[in-house]
Design a protein around this ligand. Structure first.
Ligand SMILES: Cc1ncc(COP(=O)(O)O)c(C=O)c1O
Length: 468
């Protein structure tokens, strides 16, 4: 067992690989965590920055980081002993913990990989081989959401479009009013994908889209795929675990991945890929990095992709210990995060004369809030420049989304002055956040509005003119 030595254990002491797991830290865990202890756990965050963006990179508390550091030193103290005695048992311990968390049928269904990007590559690589080896016909379709994550979209193109697939996008409305609006667009896109008798080989469905952030009714969409004869469904749930309940058996997809470093307090980088045991193709999946574990099944292949640091993948049980220090464990955390982020989102929307991008039922611990139209955000570049300015000039870290009208029939939503809203902040709430951070964001945007700032002032050409 990759047991983690307590803080005071001799660092080069020889450890018995099968020994019981000692506590991850000295702090007693009997009582619930206090506000002061939460501050201590995240004291390594830059105190000058209002970090209302947990979504991009997640966060990791000190006790888990300490456990990880002890593992890293344990490896460096005696790499061979670690490799032969501790690595695989440690990974197995994490996989079993994940299997229980997500209600997997069996621990053999869980592989630990670096991140959702890697999980997508595993699934899409297999689809590409299916085209290359003639199991799929040229032109067979792969369906994805228009709001699929950029890297996953590129992966779909790099692997399956290149191998001969027709890629069909589901154009989702935004702002979005209800799950039914999403389901209806999905039906439309699926009909398009199946036009002329085309086979739909794979549907890639996000559980929570990244930008704009919306919870997708994934169970319903998987059921539709089953009814409509879609061969396989891959759910990209990079943001899900820690934000929404995850029961992989209930959702019923063939493949389901979630990062553990975003909302589950693991260090970067660790994610799981769930592959149903009863899906024959599951045994044909391979990690894109081929090691000497090739052919020993995806969990083993993923558990050794060459010499590197595996500590993030071994500390999953320590992250579980951390979440259980909170009232209600992970369910309590996500319920409180959800309530807080909606409260903060409404506070911002009221202050800016705008609205939330989706109803609370379609939000987890992240919510989109419309920005005043007068900021003049007219492109992705504008959105990025305003985000950079908020970071540099106001010490607020928040992603900004530029909205174009994707669903033709949909009117652009308007702010209190009747002008179309094109920019949205994606705020998040995690256990370390405090109200003042959202107030800083509110005041920064209000100041920009009062000073008649527009995004055009940050565009390179206009900046040059100002300098001239
Ligand atoms: C929906 C979605 N898929 C995939 C990813 C990629 O995650 P990672 O960078 O951890 O691989 C993200 C990251 O935010 C995401 O939001």
């Amino acid at each position: 067992m990759a047991s983690i030595p307590p803080d005071d254990a001799p660092e080069n002491g020889h450890r018995n690989g099968n020994g019981p797991s000692p506590p991850a830290a000295k702090r007693p865990r009997a009582a619930l965590i206090s506000a002061a202890e939460i501050r201590t756990e995240f004291a390594h965050h830059d105190a000058a920055v209002a970090r209302v963006n947990n979504g991009s990179f997640g966060s990791c508390p000190a006790t888990v980081l300490d456990a990880q550091a002890r593992l890293q030193r344990l490896f460096l103290a005696q790499p061979d002993a670690f490799y032969f005695d501790s690595l695989q048992p440690g990974l197995a311990r994490s996989r079993a913990a994940v299997a229980a968390l997500v209600n997997a049928g069996d621990v053999s269904e869980i592989s630990l990989v670096d991140n959702a990007t890697t999980a997508a590559a595993i699934v899409l690589q297999h689809a590409a081989w299916s085209f290359a080896e003639g199991h799929f016909a040229r032109g067979d379709a792969v369906l994805m959401l228009h709001y699929a994550y950029g890297a996953v979209k590129k992966s779909i193109h790099a692997y399956v479009a290149r191998a001969g697939a027709t890629v069909v996008e589901v154009p989702l409305p935004f702002p979005v009013a209800s799950p039914d609006a999403i389901i209806s667009e999905f039906h439309g896109a699926l009909a398009l994908a199946k036009a002329g008798g085309r086979r739909v080989r794979l549907a890639v469905i996000d559980h929570i889209t990244s930008m704009p952030s919306v919870i997708i009714p994934v169970k319903e969409l998987v059921a539709i795929c089953r009814q409509e004869g879609v061969d396989k469904v891959f759910v990209d749930a990079a943001h899900s675990i820690g934000q929404v309940p995850v029961d992989v058996r209930d959702i019923g997809a063939d493949f389901y991945t979630s990062n553990l470093h975003k909302w589950f307090f693991c260090p970067p980088a660790v994610a799981f890929l769930h592959t149903r045991k009863d899906v024959p193709m599951a045994s044909q999946l391979h990690h894109p990095v081929v090691s000497h574990e090739y052919g020993n099944g995806l969990p083993m292949e993923s558990g050794w992709i060459g010499t590197r640091d595996y500590s993030a993948q071994i500390v999953v049980p320590e992250a579980i210990t951390f979440v259980n220090w909170f009232e209600g464990g992970i369910e309590g955390i996500r319920t409180r995060n959800h309530e807080k982020v909606i409260e903060m989102g409404k506070m911002l929307a009221d202050a800016w004369g705008t609205f939330l991008g989706s109803p609370p039922e379609l939000c987890g611990s992240m919510v989109m809030v419309g920005m005043p139209s007068c900021l003049g955000i007219e492109s992705d570049d504008d959105a990025l420049r305003v985000r950079t300015m908020l970071r540099n000039d106001f010490k607020v870290e928040v992603p900004i989304y530029y909205n174009t009208r994707r669903v033709e029939a949909q009117e652009m939503a308007r702010d209190k002055n009747g002008d179309p809203v094109t920019g949205y902040v994606r705020i998040s709430h995690q256990v370390y956040n405090v109200k003042e951070e959202y107030e800083r964001l509110r005041d920064a945007v209000n100041k920009l509005v009062a000073e008649r700032f527009t995004s055009s002032k940050l565009r390179p050409s206009e900046k040059q003119e100002t300098l001239a």
